[in-house]
Design a binder for this molecule. Structure first.
Ligand code: SF4
Length: 292
């Protein structure tokens, strides 16, 4: 298989095989991210894709799912993506479901009609790492789009019938804007129809602008207690019935379907964590994380 540089496989979408159709990230400027610093965005050569498909066909001729890599494989236009997806369907005729992560602004260059065609070619579910719905925060972390883009592009996905996940990055606004980040993200997510809302906690990784800013005192990271308060505020304000997924550093499991039915319970669990949790231990777990 031709895997080039960093490849990120969504750990919550347990499909394989994986196939890389692009390299790197078109944006590559989010201040908390170091994943693709050493590689520029480009299309994976079509002969690599075809060789990989032959290998997958040999090993898994009846594959029903596949996950596209790398950072944002849906960045190219429909015209560029169509022959790749046709090739995937040719080699894997039993394919039912293609999953990928991508950026919100990758949807902009596609019409609803083109999105429907992508869905018919297998793209049924995508993960959008939006991180925040708060414009101040999106600018602060250099995400490259705004909350209105999230709403507009999600509406197009709704029209096309493509399911999507949205992520909330707990802690990424720092102390300065924490509660606004939580409340405004929930407000924007409430205007969409995500299949799943996922939350992850910020870790300041080496070689990221945000870590450098933190060292100079220009970014003030949240304490573990403030992280939980921010997450609680987000949960309290979120009103979409979705699967709710979180990989907080604590061992409490907040993940599961029917978010609205479970919302009060999740808030209670977070309150108990604030009251009784070993927050120093949680903070150490976060500091020792080496990747997303
Ligand atoms: S977080 Fe995602 S969009 Fe931002 S630079 Fe990293 S890979 Fe690219």
């Amino acid at each position: 298989m031709h895997f080039t540089g960093t490849v990120y496989r969504n750990p919550y979408w347990p499909t394989y095989p994986l196939i890389q159709i692009t390299q790197g990230c078109t944006h590559n400027k989010c201040k908390f991210c170091s994943m693709y610093k050493v590689i520029n965005f480009k299309m994976q050569p079509i002969n690599f894709i075809e060789e990989d498909l032959k290998e997958i066909k040999r090993n898994m001729p009846n594959a029903k799912t596949i996950q596209l890599l790398s950072a944002n494989p849906l960045a190219p236009t429909y015209k560029v993506l169509e022959p790749i997806l046709l090739l995937i369907n040719k080699y894997l005729p039993n394919l039912e479901y293609i999953y990928t992560a991508t950026r919100v602004d990758d949807i902009k260059n596609k019409t609803v009609e083109e999105l429907i065609k992508l869905k018919n070619l297998g793209i049924k579910e995508i993960s959008l790492g939006v991180e925040s719905g708060d414009d101040w925060t999106l600018d602060r972390i250099n995400k490259g789009y705004h909350s209105n883009d999230i709403i507009e592009q999600c509406k197009k996905l709704d029209e096309a019938g493509i399911k999507y996940w949205l992520t909330f990055l707990n802690g990424v606004a720092g102390k300065e804007h924490s509660i606004d980040h939580a409340i405004n993200s929930a407000k924007i997510f409430n205007q969409t129809n995500p299949l799943l809302v996922g939350t992850g906690g910020l870790t300041l990784f080496p070689d990221t602008p945000l870590l450098e800013e933190a060292k100079k005192g220009k970014f003030m990271p949240l304490t573990e207690e403030e992280m939980i308060i921010e997450l609680r505020t987000f949960v309290e304000n979120l009103n979409v019935d979705c699967y709710f997924n979180t990989h907080h550093t604590s061992s409490i499991n907040l993940s599961g379907p029917n978010f609205l039915k479970r919302k009060d319970k999740i808030i209670n669990q977070l309150d108990r964590l604030l009251k009784y949790g070993d927050l120093d231990r949680l903070s150490n777990i976060r500091k020792n994380k080496r990747s997303l």
